[in-house]
Design a protein around this ligand. Structure first.
Ligand code: CA
Length: 233
């Protein structure tokens, strides 16, 4: 069972999502405008396992909800529901920190599969064929647990979102090599390598906050000018 926040202003869609997610055994809370969603996500001490986020919302749009949620240091998986197949929208959503997206109208089984995928934190080696990647990788006193999507530091345990883990994993698999933004876009987000977006860079900023002693002077996820990033242990 997971706690899921559904942010959707169209009552029939919101209620349909709630009904079907509850039928799967989840606990569902609804927010019908963007401002309320941010309040629920950042204000209380109840935490959610997943957010389904509509983009066109009263009070505050879904991009802003995602941005404020991440800015508050909350890295719950976010699945964006976009009204149309608008690639500019979905890319902006990913840049603001969303993990996945689904285009309306969507099929119920497709939605439930996405939800399951975002809630599941299984070993990537099972999902992707056994590359020779260890289950744990350390950077000084910071340890990345690839099998359970966590980073432990002397101060805290951080749960990574699926995209954060996929990005970090892609860099770890090619430790020491410069990996291009285009390669990362294809491998981690399934986007074309020439997509114009800052999504890779914004996720690197997030990862640096977890693993770098001084994120403004990174020693482990190093920028390679005009190219991409290189992971150094
Ligand atoms: Ca809407």
């Amino acid at each position: 069972m997971a706690r899921i926040l559904v942010v959707e202003d169209e009552a029939h869609i919101a209620e349909g999502l709630q009904f079907n997610l509850e039928a799967e055994g989840h606990q569902v809370e609804l927010a019908t405008d963007g401002r309320r969603a941010v309040e629920v996500l950042t204000g209380s001490d109840e935490s959610f396992d997943l957010v389904l986020l509509d983009l066109m919302l009263p009070e505050m749009n879904g991009f802003e909800v995602a941005r404020r949620t991440r800015a508050a240091g909350i890295y719950v998986p976010i699945l964006i529901l976009t009204a149309k197949d608008d690639s500019a929208d979905l890319i902006r959503g990913l840049e603001e920190g969303a993990d996945d997206y689904l285009t309306k109208p969507f099929r119920l089984d497709e939605l439930l599969a996405r939800v399951k995928g975002l809630l599941r934190r299984r070993r990537w080696t099972q999902a992707r064929g056994d590359k020779d990647v260890p289950r744990e990788v350390s950077f000084g006193d910071v340890c990345v647990h690839l099998d359970r999507f966590e980073i432990t530091t002397p101060k805290e345990t951080v749960r990574l979102t699926t995209r954060e883990m996929a990005l970090l994993r892609a860099l770890i698999e090619r430790e020491g090599e410069a990996v291009t933004r285009g390669e990362l876009l294809e491998e981690v987000w399934g986007l074309r390598a020439d997509t114009k977006t800052r999504v890779v860079d914004s996720f690197v900023v997030r990862l640096r906050r977890y693993i770098e002693a001084d994120p403004s002077r990174p020693r482990h996820i190093v920028s390679v000018r005009g190219h991409g990033y290189r992971l150094v242990r």
